[in-house]
Design a protein around this ligand. Structure first.
Ligand SMILES: Cc1cc2nc3c(=O)[nH]c(=O)nc-3n(C[C@H](O)[C@H](O)[C@H](O)COP(=O)(O)O)c2cc1C
Length: 343
């Protein structure tokens, strides 16, 4: 089945939901251009989700996607928090930050019954998840208005698990991808394969349409993914410089620099592995640190360092999410980028 049949879109291009760097404007531009625009909700409160969905509904009649995380929030551990703060202590003194005064930072919330009730008011045509799926009950609620459900798989096992639970398509997320690994059945990074190794194996393992994600940045990459059996692609990094994205100044500068060619998987920003441009905190404490608290708790202790450093124009403590192929990042309208990917 093609994405046109499944999702009602004209172009085989899904704009990846990217929490923290975009809102409705990017999604609207991509959906109106014939791709599938996505609204990431992991870092939005419910009021903000409502506002953004209202904006999308007012600005397009085309299909769009709403995206949520599905992690189980961990019990905070005072011991791990203390260990993490002591690893960060030299930076606090360098920046004159009082560690006792650090508030709990912006977290990342999983899909809840409240979010499901809000979605039911808008009935979005597509809902996608990262880190597995919500409970069977919440999933059934989303499907009740006919929403098509997508979720990321980083291994063949995860793809089969998602198919068995009734998703409509699987996003095969290769290890090149920017942002968080969607992995949920394993924490072992050695299980993570590249897009063109993972994709054909997932295509063979499931009967569902498979969407390729990770490292796809231009029309030739899209064509290659389709040649390997993908029904479409999900592209994130290439959209980060579009004017409709809310990518910060330090993040944009990093993406435009040679530094963007060196990315790594790191847990220092949230507690879960995610790919970003290698910067000072990743070099000095990671890229993977045993001291980082569980996802998403690692973030609050880093947040004041990020704010101070960004105030000085430095991305030393910022998550500079970026995939291994930043060559498609262009400062052009998202509609133009969407059409050029599909050309
Ligand atoms: C800045 C950034 C933020 C991301 N945030 C999310 C998110 O909120 N939800 C999600 O499902 N995927 C997220 N991802 C992962 C994308 O869905 C996708 O797997 C990835 O962007 C594809 O690889 P590429 O970046 O090489 O195009 C994010 C990726 C980036 C680059």
């Amino acid at each position: 089945m093609t994405l046109r049949d499944l999702l009602g879109i004209g172009l085989p291009v899904i704009q990846a939901p990217m929490a923290g760097v975009q809102g409705s404007a990017l999604a609207i531009a991509v959906s109106n251009a014939g791709g599938l625009g996505s609204l990431p909700c992991a870092m939005l409160g419910l009021d903000a989700v409502r506002e953004e969905l209202a904006k999308i509904r007012a600005a397009t009649r085309a299909p769009y996607n709403v995206n949520f995380f599905c992690h189980a929030p961990p019990a905070p551990s005072a011991e791990r928090e203390a260990a993490w703060r002591s690893a960060l202590a030299p930076y606090y003194s360098e920046y004159g930050i009082d560690p006792a005064a650090i508030p709990p930072g912006p977290g990342r919330a999983p899909f809840t019954a409240q979010a499901a009730a809000l979605l039911a008011e808008f009935k979005p045509p597509v809902v996608s998840f990262h880190f597995g799926l919500p409970s069977a009950e919440l999933l059934a609620g989303v499907k009740s208005w006919g929403a098509k459900v997508l979720s990321s798989a980083t291994t063949v096992e995860e793809a089969r698990w998602l198919e068995a639970r009734g998703v409509d398509a699987v996003i095969a997320q290769g290890v090149e991808a920017g942002g968080h690994r969607g992995m949920f059945l394993t924490e072992d990074l050695s299980t993570q394969a590249g897009t063109f190794a993972l994709l054909p194996q997932v295509v063979r393992a499931v009967r569902l349409p498979v969407i390729a994600a990770g490292g796809i940045a231009d029309a030739k990459g899209v064509a290659a993914a389709l040649a390997l059996g993908a029904a479409g692609v999900q592209v994130g990094t290439a959209y980060l410089l579009c004017p409709e994205a809310t990518t910060s100044a330090v993040h944009r500068a990093a993406l435009k620099s040679d530094a963007a060619r060196h990315t790594a998987l790191t847990n220092v920003f949230t507690g879960r592995p995610a790919r970003g441009v290698v910067n000072r905190i990743m070099r000095e404490l990671g890229p993977v640190s045993g001291a980082a608290p569980a996802f998403p708790l690692a973030g609050s202790a880093v947040a004041p360092l990020r704010a101070k450093a960004e105030g000085r124009g430095s991305g030393d403590f910022s998550p500079l999410w970026c995939g291994q192929n930043p060559s498609g990042c262009r400062e052009i309208p998202a509609a133009d980028l969407t059409r050029s990917l599909a050309a």
